[in-house]
Design a protein around this ligand. Sequence first.
Ligand code: FES
Length: 110
Amino acid sequence: MNDWIEIGALNDIPRRGARCVMTPQGKIAVFRTMEDQVFAIDDHCPHKGGPLSQGIVHGASVTCPLHNWVISFETGKALGADEGSVKTIAIKRDGERIFALLERTAVAAE
Ligand code: FES
């Protein structure tokens, strides 16, 4: 089941930068745009797995640092002639606090 899980604060992420967060579903990259919008996508480029969190943010997309594919934060899809996509993770904000819609790990203790 998915739940809104707090993953940090807006000021933890530089404008036009990113921060990685480990989740039960793997590493996600959380980006902050120049306009303080926050997006989260898988940190692995659909081309050859480049670290998107180290890419250059422009508008609502990021350019992969390895071979310059451009990935949309909104759709997770590669833009232009390239084909591929990454998983997007829903984000909501409550003031400074950032929440991601993630699977809550079941606690199996009895
Ligand atoms: S690994 Fe991202 S463009 Fe090649």
